[in-house]
Design a protein around this ligand. Sequence first.
Ligand SMILES: [Zn+2]
Length: 414
Amino acid sequence: MDGYFRAIQTKQLNMRKTLLVALAALFALQTSAQEKKVLFIGVDGVRSDALQQANTPNWDSLCSSGLYTYTSWHVGITVSGPSWSSMLTGVWSGKHGVTNNNYTGSNFNDFPYFVTRAKQYRPDLKAVQVTSWDPMSSAVYNDGWDTKIVVPSDDACEAAGIAQLADPDIDILFIHIDDCDAQGHGNGFSPTVASYMNQIEYVDGQLGRILNALKNRANYANEDWLVVMTTDHGGIGTGHGGPTRVEREIWWVAAGPSVPQAQISIDLPSIADLFPNPADYRTAPMLTDIAVTALDHLLTQNTEDFIAEWSLDGQSWLNYSTYIADAPENDLGMTVYPNPNNGQFEVRTTSGIYGSDVAWEILDMTGKLQRKGQSTISSTELNIPFDLTDLKAGVYTLRMTAGGKSSVTRVAVR
Ligand SMILES: [Zn+2]
């Protein structure tokens, strides 16, 4: 090809690119003009392996239009009260205070539901919760719901949820479905228990009817719904609350026009029933991500800003591309060596911010502060020695800030 033709071709390509960029910009404008809304379907006590083996066409089709995983890791207390609280507040038990199903010790005034947070910027939002599990309604406060509907059964939840979706003004709808958990407690949480599997498949039918109601909304074409569906914990035998893989391994989907289509597959280590490999763990979606993702969808504020403002523990799935990067937030070029370790490790940074003061804190996986301190960077490469041999084995979050930059990473102490 001679230079002349190449030049013409390049020019045509550039024009095509310009046109595409213009179309993309137009599309983005239209998308941003759509009303942002959230439908959150929470299904209690569905093991990840059971869901994968069940016949669930509606779930499958939701996944094929969104971001989903069967290998999300529940690092908190695998009990309903604390789990739903973490999903709905975006923080772990150390902050929201709920450690049991009576919701005693809750601190929803300091760490409210994401609905309350969203209303700080969008007080006009209309939000409704539907559940058959009363404590989630009567024991929770400062949750932001305009209406809390408590009904006697899952079927009534479905009906109430569908009725709410006919309301043109609704912005946030949370539907909690409970009977899979009840089946698990009654007959066993296992893919080999027929009644448990049947219940999961029944819920898939409910999902189909709820999604139909969503798509039949009069103004659906002008709305941008984020559909999130997940579970609060798995189960073992006829119970849950412990640290085994089948209790911790959960699943979720986030689907909608603002979400990329992909499966996140994490290789959860088979030996680590208690603690996952931190490298996998960093990219594994968490319960606390649900609230952050919903807020990210609903608000125009910068995601990192509101996470910092409200001390949230989760991340947004809408930022999937940055989310799966080596570290979600690593402006300091921070690495931990060795990792995992016995509590003695070194933190290395290579950000060229020498002369700055470094502040660091170490939180356990419930979000509770374990250690904090300060150091000064004196050269282009900073190595800070840490000695945490007195801490229990576990996975910790290390957050470090210096010169307006920050890094967050996870440290596994064995
Ligand atoms: Zn539960």
